[in-house]
Design a protein around this ligand. Structure first.
Ligand code: FE2
Ligand code: FE2
Length: 197
């Protein structure tokens, strides 16, 4: 059980780190004198779309939610709420992608719409992960069996990858790429240039 829970927490921490980097960079981009490096925004949003949306959430649904419902039917309202948030997250990430496309095409216009979409997604996802950690995982710890935890651990460790073309190692290299592109102190990349310099 401990290992499975640790993997879920670790995945939440990686997602959080990218969300917090995205939020800081979107704030930096509000300065119209600085041209953002759009490649880092694209890499971050691709990561959020591919990792939490297409890998982490499906594993939660297929393993954690399904097993919890079997062991504790009283958990249904919470599981349904979290499922609805996964669906809503998929819509919010599309809004974010559209806002980024528009922003890149029309910079420096479009910064307000982009900033609003970033804020909406980041706040939404943070509260979603908090709810899973504070409400769902304690319930799961109380009612799942050792057999459940073994299956969850193997799914989250990538042994039963639900999406054939996505692999854990791809996300590690994408995460490294984000770090190398993002300007310091968020990542290790160069500072964004002032448009007038
Ligand atoms: Fe989730
Ligand atoms: Fe989660």
């Amino acid at each position: 059980m401990d290992k499975a829970i640790r993997i879920i927490y670790d995945e939440h921490r990686s997602i959080s780190a990218v969300l917090s980097g995205l939020k800081s960079l979107a704030e930096l981009a509000r300065d119209p004198g600085v041209r953002p490096d759009f490649a880092v925004f694209r890499a971050m949003i691709y990561y959020i779309d591919a990792f939490p949306e297409r890998m982490h959430h499906p594993k939660e649904e297929d393993q954690l939610f399904a097993r919890l419902l079997r062991r504790d039917p009283g958990a249904r309202p919470l599981v349904e709420e979290l499922h609805a948030e996964h669906v809503k997250g998929a819509t919010l990430i599309r809004d974010l992608e559209q806002a980024l496309l528009a922003y890149e095409q029309s910079w420096p216009a479009g910064v307000t719409r982009f900033g609003t979409a970033v804020e909406a997604y980041v706040q939404f996802h943070w509260q979603h992960m908090r709810k899973e950690e504070q409400k769902l995982l304690p319930l799961a710890e109380r009612s799942l069996t050792a057999e459940d935890w073994t299956a969850i651990e193997s799914a989250f460790a990538g042994n039963e990858d639900p999406v054939a073309d996505l692999r854990e190692k791809d996300f590690t290299s994408l995460y490294q790429r984000i770090l190398s592109l993002a300007p310091s102190p968020i990542g290790l990349g160069d500072q964004w240039k002032r448009a007038d310099s």
